[in-house]
Design a protein around this ligand. Sequence first.
Ligand SMILES: *Cc1c(COP(=O)(O)O)cnc(C)c1O
Length: 356
Amino acid sequence: MQEIRYELTKTPKKKPAPGDPLPFGTIFTDHMFVMDYQTGKGWYDPRIVPRVPLELDPAAIVLHYAQESFEGMKAYRTADGSIQLFRPDRNAARFHSTHDRICMPPVPEDDFVTAVKALVKTEKDWVPHQDGESLYIRPFCIATEPHLGVKASDTYKFIIICCPVGAYYPTGLNPVKIYVEDKYVRATPGGTGYIKCGGNYAASLISQETAEKLGYSQTLWLDGVERKYVEEVGSMNCFFKIDGTIYTAPTVGTVLPGVTRMSCIALLKKWGYTVSEERLPIVDVMKASKEGKLEEVFGTGTAAVISPVGELRYEGEVAHINDGKIGEVTQKLYDTLTGIQWGRLPDDMGWTVKVC
Ligand SMILES: *Cc1c(COP(=O)(O)O)cnc(C)c1O
């Protein structure tokens, strides 16, 4: 990557004061990272500039055919005031695999991490200080060529924006109610379920709305072929503890390979738990619940870290999990991961990367 060019704002915004609410994804920092691509020329002009609306041709391919990729990661402030990232190389690698699938030119993985670090360093005073708060980082790439024929674009923009965000559960870790979707599907073999692209989310909104109407906060997706095996919860991977064994869906093309998921599996194995990545039928989950063997259910993802599930509804039947209380493994994973991320615990796994 060429050297990053800096054009800093002369009118910085007022930052939220300590204790101000930071609703997810609504408050943005002063700057963004931008880099352009053109076929034959490659990536060029990496820059950190004031965050302003984009100028885009109305025929830009992204607006019509959704050639778009994104990532989600966070910068954490530790007790000594320094700022760190959590496994940014994993996000860089996943961004690469997303681009391969939707015919976008890859951003070199080192450049991805360099760009994230440079922007976070520029915005370091926006990284909040309160417990559980962080700077959410959203790298994304859009196809900008004006062209109404269906084809891969010849021009792109890679952009990174940031938001200070509050603790996902301001009142503490609380079990959520989950609706098991038996009509719509999120992903099918050969499709795009394993990558982070905007199109996947447009297709999932209808289920989220159904769940909310029934009083549930998120959807649990079943596999797209038989609607039989559990796959993911909303935008999180999902874990089930049944009779001592911990199950999570295999990442074989329809499940997003979450960084939080892989970190949980590594910790669980280190602690001596049996982790199974075999496909798990939803009827086995409901049966385990009836037999009193469904011990814990939780979702994993960067935004919430770990999200305990207190209730599952499948075809009108309801499973209550652990009397609506947070399970022991759920709590231990939450404490350990957040401990490493916010620097309260030693990072034995070598997962954190210091920014400044
Ligand atoms: C981003 C995402 C996840 C979680 O991935 P993390 O890397 O842990 O944040 C899980 N499922 C879907 C569908 C996602 O988009």
